[in-house]
Design a protein around this ligand. Structure first.
Ligand SMILES: C[S@@+](CC[C@H](N)C(=O)[O-])C[C@H]1O[C@@H](n2cnc3c(N)ncnc32)[C@H](O)[C@@H]1O
Length: 287
């Protein structure tokens, strides 16, 4: 029992409360919380439960059960998702993207063709902005083309942060200085903030989107980054997520996944690896 547990009456957070919260989170996001996450749930939600004036989690559970659209349910999703990310995270993907894929994609864009890239669990924006920076390094004029990065996440709070495009020093310190100087501007208000350049913002669009819900896209994507999100799903949900991604991938498209993930379920038969945690369709004719 943690110190903060001790401040609550016995039974204020029961196994049944934990199970109910875990079930709602799973239904909404696909995220699976094992029994070992009970303390984490308590730590992350107890202030909210108190702020709502509840002495027991069971009242909170009633509130989030009552409607899918309560602000409390949205808060719960934001609080229980893990949003860790960084610029140039798993740098081999960005090297592969820039060296192997981008020249061809830019040729297509210059011919007036449509090029689409999807960062499907973008968190606070470091991943899609890294993609934008890599594009602009090779093609500073990229905004003229029909070339766009769509960046989505289920959590509106991180999407709002991403949209701002402002980062504190620790978040940008590992970006190579010449790139940082070119694409991030130190804020003039004295706070150690760095703003993403206008150029990079122009080619990224942010949206809130659950990648397990029916996807609203008309077209497919040439490159999909789906990294470090399926690790939080159970096996069945993972298989569903990979099928969703597969549907959104162009016939000659490229998929990048996180270092500790692997494509599973029926999608695994339709994809083949073509690099470190990089995949393309096994049979391009099928797309
Ligand atoms: C650890 S971050 C990964 C960020 C980035 N892709 C990276 O690799 O650095 C995982 C993100 O997945 C998001 N997420 C969780 N479930 C999701 C779902 N069902 N649909 C879309 N995004 C989801 C979370 O909100 C979180 O921002």
């Amino acid at each position: 029992m943690t110190l903060s547990h001790a401040a609550w009456a016995d039974g204020a957070f029961s196994d049944a409360d934990f199970s109910a919260i875990a079930e709602i989170l799973h239904q909404e996001t696909g995220i699976f919380l094992g029994e070992n996450k009970k303390n984490l749930v308590f730590r992350r939600l107890s202030n909210k439960v108190r702020d709502l004036g509840f002495a027991h989690f069971r009242d909170y559970v009633e509130r989030i059960r009552s409607s899918a659209h309560t602000p409390e349910r949205q808060h719960m999703i934001s609080t229980l998702t893990t949003n860790v990310t960084s610029f140039y995270r798993e740098p081999h993907h960005f090297k592969d993207f820039s060296e192997r894929l981008l020249p061809g994609l830019l040729n297509r864009a210059r011919r007036g063709e449509r090029v689409r890239i999807w960062s499907s669990a973008c968190s606070t924006g470091e991943e899609p902005y890294t993609i934008a920076i890599e594009i602009l390094r090779l093609a500073p004029e990229a905004a003229k083309y029909d070339l766009k990065i769509l960046a989505t996440d289920i959590d509106p709070a991180v999407v709002a942060t991403a949209q701002k495009g402002e980062y504190l020093w620790p978040a940008v310190q590992d970006i190579a200085p010449p790139i940082r100087h070119r694409f991030l501007t130190p804020s003039t208000n004295g706070a150690p903030l760095y703003e993403i350049s206008e150029q990079a913002r122009k080619i990224v669009t942010f949206r809130t989107l659950n990648l397990l819900a029916p996807l609203p896209f008309k077209g497919v994507f040439d490159v999909i980054f789906c990294r470090n999100v399926t690790i939080y799903f159970d096996q069945q949900t993972r298989a569903r997520a990979w099928m969703q991604i597969l549907k959104a991938l162009a016939g000659d498209g490229q998929l990048y996944i996180g270092h500790s993930e692997r494509v599973s379920g029926p999608a695994a038969d339709k994809l083949k690896t073509n690099g470190l945690t990089a995949y393309c369709l096994a049979d391009k004719a099928e797309a």
